[in-house]
Write a protein that binds this ligand. Sequence first.
Ligand code: ADP
Ligand code: MG
Length: 683
Amino acid sequence: MQKGTIGVTTENIFPVIKKFLYSDHEIFLRELVSNAVDATQKLRTLSSFGDFKGELGELDVRVSIDKEAGTLTVSDRGVGMTAEDLNKYINQIAFSGAEEFLAKFKDKANTIIGHFGLGFYSAFMVAKKVVIETLSYQEGAEPVRWECDGSPEFTMDKGSRTERGTDIILYIDDDNKEFLEQLRIDTLLKKYCRFLPVPVISGKEQEWKDGKYVDTDRDLVVNATEPQWMKKPADLTDKDYLDFYHELYPGQDDPLFWIHLNVDFPFTLTGILYFPKIKNNFDIRKDRISLYCNQVYVTDSVEGVVPEFMMLMQGVIDSPDIPLNVSRSYLQSDTAVKKISSYITKKVASRLEDLFKADRSDFEKKWDDIRLFIIYGMLTDEKFCDAAMKFLLLKDTEGKYFTLDEYKTLVEANQTAKDGNIVYLYATDPTAQYTYIKAANDKGYNVLLLDGQLDNHFVQLMERKLEKTQLVRVDSDVVENLIRKEDKKEADLTPMQRSIMTTLFSSQVPEVEKTTFLVSFEAMSPTSAPIVITQNEYMRRMKDLATMQPGMSFYGEMPDSYMLVVNTEHPLVKAVRDEADNALDAKVEPLMSTVDEDNASIEAIRKGAKDGKLTAEEEKQVSDLEKAVAEARSEQEKLVKDYAEGQDMVKQLIDLALLGNGLLKGETLSRFINRSVSMLEKK
Ligand code: ADP
Ligand code: MG
């Protein structure tokens, strides 16, 4: 019998393991089962090279519980170990400064194991004693029994195994009795070992008999040894991909499409990524993609490994080249990971491009469902954005789809403004903005539909990416001004008319909560609406952004401010103007002259003052004049307001414009209806 001390450089590795790895005790099972699988694979390899000539037999891994003995055993029929192997691989833990290292990375300690040869020792997280019974595949090998009770001392002795392979027997300690429960073990095996390449057997299949489940004599295999992502894409049908998807994510709708990843160089990576249907409930779940390392499940949190926007996808990535032994922040700056991430991005983009090229109409059908994903990708990943410009589709309010090039060709001739910018018009709510869309269409303009949650940002992205292109919401100005092709035609109003009309209209705008209206005048076409309500593009964008970002509440709290644009060329407006001229000019004229004269006098006094200083007398004069101006102004205002009260036409025109924008509600709406009825009666 051999006795010895386990060759770790620290005094005693076990307390370290127990102390730092307390949170993830369960991974010991993953480590032991994957060792057993490794040993089995090694034997297969040796056999295929002719280095092992014996019978392979049934190569499986068994996990069994003996409750009475308090043991959990992982058995394999792999290469086994000689005493020499045990010395080399188990007794010498090639690990320097283990304690220091674990202390540094204690959060990620579970992923360190296995990558530093500590895998086997993780058994001591749950066991007070571990026994290895093993027999090497080599000819003439002797069985060996290794035993260790968690102190650095071990014993090695002649073993009892008669068949090639290894048993790892764990004497589960009192704190970890849960690992003697079949259900717990089965759950863990399902989690970590579901796709291991060697059959893993745990207990028996059960069947329903006489009102309860009973064991059959068939072994229960917990894993699928050949997961789809390890196969060649050419060997898989669409149904295979869909079946695999539903196996991974039971109870979900079919995915829209998928991408089979398969690279050997400069890193090894396989996997299948699925595009689920996301639509508009925009929740980025972080656990959609599972990460595997040689078919061993590692984690569901793939941040840093795949680009952020791919978090919307589902599926599996398998790569032995992702360094799991380091912290996440390091991961993000790791060049291997960066390469992997940019490879995946490229692959996703080129797959989308292929789909687009292969079947445009099918791509269009799926577009609404994948749009959110693509926009999100474009906004967060510059490279993806550039690639996506090739297959990005724009949809107009009639439901037609265009590529960027097609759209430019479509609108270039008719929608280029005087300044050389091509103006893309868009609507965010086709029902509410119906009249604006119609007005634009009547002018031969196309209107895009941008009603998605990220379209605020998308609009700005497009303006950045497309040359000499401007995006303008269809209701942000009257149709004549949306795309300015010639100098603006000035409204045909004298200063007095402008002054009267401003008061006339603004005094009749009903109160709308959290909303302000400014009145302006434009000479539009006589057939355009008499009044159009617009909302400034810039202000609206700011407000929209504010609702999505905290810290911009300044804009968010501002009232909505609309422009009430009065069309001075409209016959009804002209009639209002002429009527007001007749009724008010004679009275307003002298008041306006007073204001003008008094203002001129004030100016003259100020100019004449020496060193800009007024004498006491001059001060008095100025303040008297100012008072007179204010009085004349308010008198004029009162005159016009009183007059306006009786002007049903003005009220009616304003209310109609409000009505067209859904801004006429409650009491003002009912007043509008009553007024309409009485106006009809008068006719
Ligand atoms: P790793 O698996 O990363 O090499 P482990 O601590 O898990 O580190 O295992 C150490 C070594 O012990 C393995 O590399 C292997 O040589 C040997 N070993 C462990 N378990 C078995 C087994 N079931 N059969 C044969 N060899 C084993
Ligand atoms: Mg291992």
